[in-house]
Design a protein around this ligand. Sequence first.
Ligand SMILES: Nc1ncnc2c1ncn2[C@@H]1O[C@H](COP(=O)(O)OP(=O)(O)OP(=O)(O)O)[C@@H](O)[C@H]1O
Ligand SMILES: [Mg+2]
Length: 286
Amino acid sequence: MTIYFQEVEQVYQPKTPHEFVALKNVTTQFDEGKYYAIIGHTGSGKSTLIQHINGLLKPTKGSVYVNGTRITAKTKDKALRDIRKHVGMVFQFPESQLFEDNVEREIRFGPQNFKMNQEEVLNRAKALFKEFGFQEDIMARSPFQMSGGQMRKIALTSILAMDPDVIILDEPTAGLDPHSKTQVMQLIKRLQKEEGKTIILISHEMNDVAQYADEVKVMRQGQVVETLTPRELFSDTSKVEALHLELPDIVQLQKDVEQRHQTQFARTALTEEEFVAMYKEWQHER
Ligand SMILES: Nc1ncnc2c1ncn2[C@@H]1O[C@H](COP(=O)(O)OP(=O)(O)OP(=O)(O)O)[C@@H](O)[C@H]1O
Ligand SMILES: [Mg+2]
C-alpha cells in the first residue's frame, strides 16, 4: 500500500482570526513495507500530517493517495471506510480512548464496527497479549483497574489485532517505563520484519529513530524538509545542528571517542552492537 501526498495543504480554522496553515504544499511518499520515522519540533505538523492517511483530516488543497484511493477536500467519509480498515492509527496517549469496562469488549469493538471477523481479531489480540507478558485472564479484566502502561498496551493491541497493513503511531512510548518502551518498539519492528507492515512512527526519541527506522522524514513549519536514512541524517552533524535535532546517544558516544583518540571511524554506528564491532576492529588495527 503506497501512500502519496501531492501538494497537500491543511488550514485549521480557515477564515477566522485563528486561521493557521499547518501543512504547506507537502509532497511526499511512503512505500509499502518500510519503517518511517517522522521527526520535527513541536508544532511542526507531524500529527496533522499523519491524520490525512486515514482521512481524519482531509486536505484543504491537494490530494492524498492511499492504496490508489484519492482523498481530497471533497471526499465523503463513506469512501474512507475501506482505507480505515487497512490503516491502524495509534494516537498519542491512546489509553485515554479506552471506554469498555472489560478488555474483551474493548477488543471486539473495532472489528464489530468494521464488520470484520471478531474471533480472528480476538485470537490475534490473545497472541499479542502473550507477547506483552499479560496473564491469560486479561480478557475478562477491566482496563480501568490497570496501570497506565498496561492500559497503553491494551489500547495498542486493540488496533494491532485488526491486522492493519499500515501502522501509524504518534509517540507510542511517551511516558512508558523503560521495559515497556523496549517491548513496544520491538513488537512494532517485528510486525514490519515478519509481517511486512508499513510503519509510520512519530517520535522525539532519536535513539529509537536510529535503531528502528529505515527512513526519516523531518518536518519543519508545516513542510517535510528532508527524507533520508537515519545514517545519512546522524552522520551529518551540521545538518543535525541546523535542524535543531539531537544526536542519538550512540552517535554522541562515537563522536566523543573519535575526538579523544583524534581519529575518525569509517562510518556512523547506529546501534551499540555496530559501534562495539567497529571499535574492536579499530583497536585491533592499531
Ligand atoms: N484543531 C486545531 N486548530 C487550530 N490549530 C491547530 C489545530 N490542531 C493543531 N493546530 C496547530 O497546527 C500546528 C501543527 O500541529 P501538530 O499537532 O500537527 O504538530 P506536531 O508536530 O504534532 O507537534 P507535537 O510534537 O507537539 O505533537 C500547531 O501550531 C498547532 O497549534
Ligand atoms: Mg503531535
